[in-house]
Design a protein around this ligand. Structure first.
Ligand code: ATP
Ligand code: MG
Length: 265
């Protein structure tokens, strides 16, 4: 863990709320997100975990303003994101689990282009692009077109693009999937640095070790609902598994059927 977990209930009362989700609902052929309440505090690293199809991506897409909820409210740093999506997007970064970048541009051009969309002036934009390229170890490819890039490299370019406008709330869906150990560490360090600088991160992952090591608090989603939330210790306590791994606790919380070994003949 990057810093001692805040003594949850004690300090949270005074902390500003970066993201408040209340009664959020989205239905496709059946409910994907179902009356979900979620609170993330300013400067917090919050990790959402949950089984496949639990509603994590659907939740984050609604928070990022890409999908209209059927019901509920989303407040980002005090801004009603459904009433004023433009203001909400200005302070938000979104990294999809299938990042899109422009193949014909180099990483450097892409970052300058994104900075231009945010109306950042040329000089600070260039400095910011260089900084992000450095942090993510993209220097050797900074001036090559993205079209030949591997998935992991594209992911890093997309992350850099998401961070160009210095967002307060960083929303990431499976940002570490498909990254090699070195790249994963670079991305984790960039995110931890953003949190240290006062930013807020909410991300999903299936890599429980990442949740275990990086999260201030972990939220467990199953069937579109938040079924448990807290620091790692609080989640362990909830299941009565004090010496357990997060994997044990997670599996207990979501009560996944454990595969039975095939009986020997
Ligand atoms: N665009 C869509 N159209 C129809 N159904 C959808 C759509 N997007 C999501 N769903 C359904 O909503 C439910 C939640 O999906 P979601 O992608 O949010 O889960 P998830 O928790 O992100 O899962 P995973 O861990 O596999 O990424 C699933 O049943 C899924 O099939
Ligand atoms: Mg998903």
């Amino acid at each position: 863990m990057h810093s001692p977990a805040p003594a949850a209930s004690m300090s949270q009362a005074k902390r500003p709320i970066a993201l408040a989700v209340r009664g959020l609902a989205k239905r496709f052929d059946r409910p994907a997100v179902d009356a979900l309440d979620l609170t993330v505090y300013g400067g917090e690293f919050y990790v959402l975990v949950g089984p496949n199809g639990a509603g994590k991506t659907t939740t984050l897409r609604m928070v990022a303003g890409l999908l209209r909820p059927d019901a509920g409210s989303i407040t980002i740093d005090g801004i009603d994101a459904l009433a004023d999506p433009v203001a909400a997007k200005q302070i938000t970064a979104w990294l999809s689990d299938e990042p899109m970048i422009y193949d014909k541009l180099t990483p450097f051009e892409y970052l300058e282009f994104v900075a231009g969309l945010w109306r950042i002036e040329a000089k600070p934009a260039e400095a910011r692009a260089r900084e992000l390229i450095g942090w993510l170890g993209l220097e050797p490819h900074a001036h090559e077109r993205c079209e030949g890039f591997s998935r992991g490299m594209r992911q890093k370019v997309a992350l850099a693009g998401a961070l160009v406008h210095d967002p307060k709330l960083i929303i990431l869906d499976e940002p570490l999937t498909g990254l090699d150990a070195g790249s994963a560490r670079l991305v984790k360090n960039v995110l931890l640095e953003r949190v240290r600088a006062g930013g807020t991160v909410i991300m999903t992952t299936h890599i429980l070790e990442v949740a275990e090591r990086m999260a201030d608090r972990i939220g467990v989603i199953a069937s579109g609902r938040l079924i448990a939330e807290g620091t790692l210790e609080e989640l362990h306590r909830k299941t009565g598994k004090t010496a357990a791994s997060l994997e044990d606790t997670f599996l207990t919380l979501v009560a996944e059927p454990v595969a039975q070994p095939i009986a020997a003949e």
